[in-house]
Design a protein around this ligand. Sequence first.
Ligand SMILES: Cc1cc2nc3c(=O)[nH]c(=O)nc-3n(C[C@H](O)[C@H](O)[C@H](O)COP(=O)(O)O)c2cc1C
Length: 375
Amino acid sequence: MTSELEDKFQTLHEIVRAARMNLAPGPWDYLVGGTETETTLRRNRQALDSVGFRPRVLRDVGRVDSGGTWLGQPVRLPVMLAPIGSIESFTPGGAATAAKAAARFGIPQMLSSACNPGLEATAQAAENHRIFQLYVRGDDAVVDDWVRRSRDHGYRGFCMTVDSAYYSRRERDLARRFVKSWRASATGLEYQRSLSWDQVKRFKDTHPDVPLVLKGIATAEDARMAVEHGADVVYVSNHGGRQLDGAEPTIRALPRVADRVAGRMEILVDGGVRRGTDVVKALALGARAALVAMRPPFLPANALSLPMDARVLGFTALAAVLTGVLFGVAPALQLSRPDLALEVKDRTGQPSSRRRSSTIRRSSSSTSPVFSRTS
Ligand SMILES: Cc1cc2nc3c(=O)[nH]c(=O)nc-3n(C[C@H](O)[C@H](O)[C@H](O)COP(=O)(O)O)c2cc1C
């Protein structure tokens, strides 16, 4: 990264502002928007803001190590890049550019099946830690073919997005008459609509060695179904408020999911995660890692130039580590629910004005060790 860029962008706000000016209104609204009233989108963020820290002091925080491993690979921070369809609309080089940024920074990338340059070319772009995400738009043979291709190209896990039986009403896009290229030519939607737990079971019966992630689980009940049908990872997500409007925020669903399935499967989460502090909250509530969807500031940073992506991730890492230090949780970012105050009162206060740390039960399963320690 040039020092000129470093000098120009010292904060996330500056990056977002510059990126906003770089993107046309159609792609920008597609990127930042949600479904219908965008209530779910707002709630995700408000719920994260309503969680407060209860810092401890006079602990030795001279050394903080946020690294670990996931699926057998080293990871620098418990953060991953979430799958982003049509990423090429925002980023020169599309998913390949994101792969390079993830590799440089040392975190995994979950590649969307609905973007370019596609599974093979993205794998060739960088030696990164990668997982493949599929919208199931074909029969079992089609799924098996994606599995084979992803394995052949070094993807270490396979993710099915399960919250998208129908494409939602994105009113910003409708108002702009903005249609993404892949949607204009989408086929196989009938498979996506008829997807059921049977296909999850079949997947694991057929591919027992492929770690299966289910993305879009939003309740403890479905997390339990995921365990029963053999999935390996439950990814708590409401698609960033881009599918069901009026849904519960993910950070509220997360601890209930953790209570139900912790210890039996891994838990990932996304939904409004923008800063290191958000990552730390997600870990304390039971997630193994938080996914950043590359919305502002992440994705538009790409629109500026590749190194900026690493810079944004760097800010996130810094914030997470600094939070850990101020929190008194060094050397590992190891947190549990009692470290948080839920529903903190806030003057601007969309979140509830009550402080009820009992909203979420504390239980012995609530401790959330971050990634497996490397050392
Ligand atoms: C532009 C854009 C494209 C997305 N494309 C996909 C996709 O192809 N597959 C998928 O499972 N999720 C997709 N998502 C959802 C994200 O993976 C993630 O769940 C969500 O954005 C998290 O919320 P947040 O952006 O508010 O943090 C997309 C999100 C955005 C913003």
